[in-house]
Design a protein around this ligand. Structure first.
Ligand code: FMN
Length: 220
């Protein structure tokens, strides 16, 4: 680890990581929003970016449920964050009952936490899911070919994979079995909460979508 005196932060000695800073213009709060989308895009493209993993919260009969998901895509102009899941997982039935969601991610290098709130739409067996399935790798597709529904009780600790796929990837025909279980969750957000931890006092900002984004700084 090396200390970066200028930005008052510690960085790993790795260029891809060292160049990760959250730059913004204090005179223009909207630069927080544009930089947030820029970092989310970087997270999709860079496996080591901390925002590649998000915590997705849903509601289940009035109680919160959270889990880690991989950020797969964003559509900034449509205010969308996209992740993939198994259509038989609890989060899908929860979102079908109550579409409200929140997505949280924290990057310990830039020390920025984001919380994005909105409404989710689930896509299975449609044009949206087909387009994302097309982009996915055989390793990823294998995860959807299971022997049992995810979440069901097992008497022994074993992977939820058919025997024939223990040591190889599925061919195209086998992978198609997984498509039936594949779901794309599109989260359209209307609220963004931004927080940066700083030695000399934390900074915070908030953005709300009505028919455009309205942002303001706030006290942390
Ligand atoms: C690092 C990591 C990444 C994960 N990514 C995903 C993901 O992209 N999609 C997903 O459905 N589950 C993912 N999971 C598993 C979920 O966190 C969760 O355990 C699973 O989806 C069941 O959640 P549910 O019962 O609330 O639906 C991931 C778990 C970890 C630890």
């Amino acid at each position: 680890m090396v200390k970066n005196e200028e930005s008052d932060s510690y960085c790993f000695e790795d260029w891809t990581v060292m160049t990760r800073e959250f730059e913004f213009n204090p005179a223009n709060v909207n630069t927080i929003l544009s930089q947030t989308w820029r970092h989310l895009q970087a997270a999709i493209e860079t496996e080591t970016h901390a925002w590649r993993l998000g915590t997705l919260a849903t509601a289940s009969e009035g109680r919160p449920r959270v889990r880690t998901v991989v950020l797969r895509d964003i559509q900034p102009e449509r205010r969308e964050l996209i992740c993939y899941t198994d259509r038989r997982s609890d989060k899908i039935s929860e979102l079908e009952q109550t579409p409200w969601m929140e997505w949280m991610a924290y990057d310990s290098l830039t020390r920025v936490q984001i919380r994005l709130r909105g409404e989710a739409t689930v896509h299975t067996n449609d044009d949206v899911s087909a387009a994302h399935w097309e982009k996915s790798s055989p390793e990823h597709r294998r995860g959807y070919i299971t022997v049992a529904e995810p979440g069901t009780r097992s008497e022994t600790p074993e992977p939820n994979l058919p025997d024939y796929l223990f040591d190889r990837l599925p061919n195209d025909e086998e992978a198609q079995l997984g498509y039936e279980n594949f779901a794309v969750i599109v989260c359209r957000i209307d609220h963004l909460d931004w927080l940066q931890l700083r030695r000399n006092g934390h900074l915070a900002a908030q953005f709300l979508w009505t028919d455009k984004w309205e942002g303001h700084w706030k006290f942390a």
